[in-house]
Ligand binder design. Structure first.
Ligand SMILES: C[S@@+](CC[C@H](N)C(=O)[O-])C[C@H]1O[C@@H](n2cnc3c(N)ncnc32)[C@H](O)[C@@H]1O
Length: 259
């Protein structure tokens, strides 16, 4: 039977600001440096290919992050950001509202602007993304409409990063979450998922946060069995000597299309 995370885990145990400060200063030597470079390169490749584009993109489990949307804003007119908790949403809103104590994304903005050939400045990029995020909604992938009570027309693309491993306590739940997300997509619409391979936990301060360990064979099967056709699955193995804030074995990025 599908089991999802305890709804209180992210509201009470997970400090979204500490998560950002720990993992999202690129070049700081955290284990997320490789993760960020890998995921940004994959998103850049997908969105600059000309094949993944359209009117609306929904990112599932956005808050408190925005790194996963920096390339998306070049290929879509509108982005719908989402959050599973109020606390994470508040952190995202600080960035949306340009508050003085919002998280500083400049190390990652620089990386993505470099990847895109510095056609625009980091500041312009940040403003472009802010302008494209037209709505911010609450989400729960355990629901057949993950954005309920909001009812939206089906969209061209859904993205999600390190969210399904956080939300799903077992493989059945991962499959059900994919099926639920599929309800948000038009037939032929694109699904881009980035995440960790083989991780049972990751640390945020003193808290060890649960992660569902997944491998490539499972991912290929579960995506294929829940309404999609895989276009590409890319992965990256854990480098020697990486710090032990997580027992992850690597990262993955999947591009799939709704059949
Ligand atoms: C590691 S964080 C990732 C956040 C962001 N996507 C990123 O890439 O940094 C895991 C996210 O999964 C979200 N989450 C946990 N359970 C969820 C659920 N049932 N539905 C949707 N999101 C969920 C958490 O609220 C949290 O934002």
């Amino acid at each position: 039977m599908a089991e999802f995370n305890n709804p209180k885990e992210y509201e009470e145990k997970f400090d979204p600001r500490l998560y950002l400060e720990t993992y999202f200063h690129l070049g700081s030597g955290s284990l997320a440096d490789n993760f960020i470079r890998f995921q940004e390169e994959q998103f850049h490749k997908a969105f600059s290919s000309g094949k993944v584009k359209g009117h609306t993109l929904i990112d599932i489990g956005t808050a408190p992050s925005i790194y996963q949307l920096l390339s998306a804003c070049e290929a879509f007119d509108e982005i719908i950001a989402t959050s599973h908790t109020q606390r994470e949403l508040c952190e995202l809103q600080k960035w949306q509202n340009r508050e003085a104590d919002a998280f500083d994304w400049s190390s990652i903005l620089k990386y993505v602007c470099d990847l895109e050939g510095n056609r625009i400045t980091m500041k312009e990029k940040e403003e472009k993304l802010r302008g494209k995020i037209k709505q911010t909604l609450l989400c729960d992938v355990s629901k057949s409409n993950p954005l309920a009570p909001a009812e939206l027309p089906q969209v061209d693309c859904v993205t999600t990063t390190v969210c399904l491993e956080a939300a799903c306590r077992n493989n059945e739940a991962y499959g059900l979450a994919l099926k639920n997300i599929c309800n948000l997509l038009k037939p032929g619409g694109h699904l881009l998922i980035g995440g960790d391979l083989g991780a049972n936990y990751y640390e945020v301060g003193a808290e060890k946060i649960f992660s569902l360990p997944v491998n490539e064979k499972f991912l290929k099967d579960v995506v294929g069995e829940n309404g999609y056709r895989i276009v590409e699955l890319a992965s990256f193995g854990r480098p020697e000597g990486d710090d032990d804030a997580s027992d992850y074995e690597g990262f993955y990025f999947i591009h799939a299309q709704k059949v």
